[in-house]
Design a protein around this ligand. Structure first.
Ligand code: SF4
Ligand code: FES
Length: 260
């Protein structure tokens, strides 16, 4: 069913919602790819009509479906504010965070398609097994490795300019939107993927870290940074606006320097 404006505010909404603010509720159709491994042999698409306001987000729609229509709908979310990275999913074919995708930014004259991110094993409905993703992340040693200790009672100091070099890649929330939008990752489950490289970048270019060469060696592997085909899907998918492809290019350059 196509999205329809509702004349009346929902019965349980405060009276002033529709009258004072002029905000109208809409009926929006969601088509969600469901999969229950205990029942289904293959995923199936299921339609839901949900009453929403344009200020609502896709996450609000999923909550409404789960709480009011079908409690078995399964998805991950925690913070609901774009910080924890747990609700990355494909919304109308694009990787996004459900909690940061406003209904008003989607074309609600058509159904909204929601499915799990690609390239990772599907567990149930919108939940995938994130372990392969985190295994790659762990491999690049995502922590500071320093050969010396700071002066007693002092911090490890760094200039503003040096901090700026890796500022962008500190913003990663490990949502996997980039890695699971990468065609190389879809076809080759061994590729480290953009998120692991972004997090390697964060330490390779940190002047306080002494293990950049170790990480570059790891990413010089045949499943490492050279598998990137510069499709920019990762940069488009990143909900934090990180220039993922640029970070990968910088790691490639550093790897070439390390080879000389
Ligand atoms: S780089 Fe962006 S898309 Fe990739 S995991 Fe980090 S926050 Fe998510
Ligand atoms: S629920 Fe935490 S980022 Fe969306």
């Amino acid at each position: 069913m196509a999205a329809t404006a509702l004349a009346e505010a929902p019965a349980d909404a405060p009276a002033e919602d529709a009258e004072d603010t002029g905000i109208q509720a809409f009926l929006v159709t969601f088509i969600i790819r469901r999969f229950d491994p205990e029942v289904d042999e293959e995923p199936r698409w299921v339609d839901y009509d949900v009453e929403l306001y344009s200020t609502d987000r896709v996450l609000d729609a999923l909550h409404k479906i789960k709480w009011e229509v079908d409690g078995s709908l399964t998805f991950r979310r925690s913070c609901a504010h774009g910080i924890c990275g747990s609700d990355a999913m494909r919304i109308n074919g694009r990787n996004r965070l459900a909690c940061k995708t406003l209904i008003k930014d989607l074309d609600i004259s058509k159904p909204i398609y929601v499915e799990a991110i690609k390239g990772l094993p599907l567990e149930k409905d919108l939940v995938v097994d994130m372990e392969p993703f985190f295994a790659s992340y762990r491999e690049i040693k995502p922590f500071l490795i320093a050969n010396s200790s700071p002066e007693s009672g002092k911090e490890r100091v760094q200039t503003i300019a040096n901090r700026e070099i890796f500022d962008d890649t500190t913003k990663c929330i490990l949502c996997a939107a980039c890695t699971s939008s990468c065609p190389v990752f879809w076809t080759d489950g061994q590729y480290f993927g953009p998120a692991a490289i972004v997090n390697a970048h964060r330490f390779i270019f940190d002047s306080r870290d002494d293990a950049g060469d170790v990480r570059l060696d790891i990413l010089n592997d045949k499943e490492g940074v050279w598998r990137c085909r510069t499709t920019f899907n990762c940069t488009e998918a990143c909900p934090r606006g990180i220039e993922v492809t640029k970070a990968i290019a910088e790691v490639k350059q550093a790897a070439m320097g390390a080879r000389r």
